[in-house]
Design a protein around this ligand. Structure first.
Ligand code: SF4
Length: 244
């Protein structure tokens, strides 16, 4: 059997696993080279909760853009306390951040789509790339019902990251928002209280806003681009980002 066949067979095996089996497999086979990267939206919190029972040592990582909502920082603290863990916080490079703000201002994301993507690159994508460099298995909370762009999210896939093959797992890709909500309720998990204020997707302050019931779950992201034809709702972490 060739390496390619082996890799494809592994994906088939992973696709057939339950979320708990996937998390256990990642930790058992890859130890500290596997980790959940989460922004502590409910899907991420569900995975953290599952992992504490089936794979207690699995790393929990977050990208702290330094512009998150106070409610998100409070939730991180609550998660650390509840599970007795330390969430690894990857932050923007201070020099690059300072340079960006000096050149373009703190609120450059209002100016144009390329500047928003540049801000996301400095505050999110680069710290995320640093986190990924420490991993062989990237576990994410992507779900197919989060947006049109995420409809075909596989539960297991090989991706190329700077010439290196990385296994990307989305154990809850096929869960609905309702399933996630029910899990949170049943297990009495801490959650981001911004959900109670109408948010359905939570990122940085200003750039994420509440959504209306019939809107796409990510419509509240960079809302000022919704009517410009530049409504792409990805920050570059899950696709290639642009730089200026
Ligand atoms: S979401 Fe907004 S503040 Fe956060 S990194 Fe992206 S553009 Fe910058």
């Amino acid at each position: 059997m060739t390496i390619l066949e082996n890799q494809s067979e592994l994906l088939d095996r992973l696709e057939a696993m339950s979320p708990e089996e996937m998390l256990t497999w990642a930790h058992t086979n890859h130890g500290d080279r596997a980790g959940i990267i989460t922004s502590f939206q409910d899907t991420g919190t569900v995975m953290v909760d599952m992992s504490r029972r089936c794979a207690p040592g699995l790393r929990v990582i977050t990208i702290d853009t330094l512009r998150l909502h106070p409610e998100t920082y409070e939730l991180m603290d609550a998660i650390e306390k509840r599970y007795g863990i330390t969430v690894e916080r990857f932050q923007p490079d201070p020099e690059r951040l300072q340079k960006m703000v000096a050149q373009h201002g703190e609120f450059l994301f209002f100016d144009s789509k390329p500047k928003q993507e540049f801000c996301c690159k400095i505050r999110k994508v680069e710290p995320n790339e640093r986190a990924l460099a420490s991993l062989d298995v990237w576990i994410t909370g992507l779900r197919r019902d989060q947006s049109a762009a995420r409809k075909v999210t596989p539960r297991a896939s090989w991706i190329d990251r700077n010439g290196r093959a990385l296994l990307k797992l989305a154990p809850l890709a096929d869960w609905s928002e309702e399933q996630v909500r029910q899990y949170v309720k049943k297990h009495d998990l801490p959650y981001n209280t911004l959900y109670d204020k109408g948010y359905s997707s939570i990122g940085c302050v200003i750039c994420s806003t509440p959504t209306l019931p019939l809107e796409d779950k990510r419509a509240g992201r960079w809302r000022w681009f919704n009517h410009t034809g530049e409504g792409d709702k990805e920050c570059g972490i899950h696709i290639g980002g642009s730089g200026i």
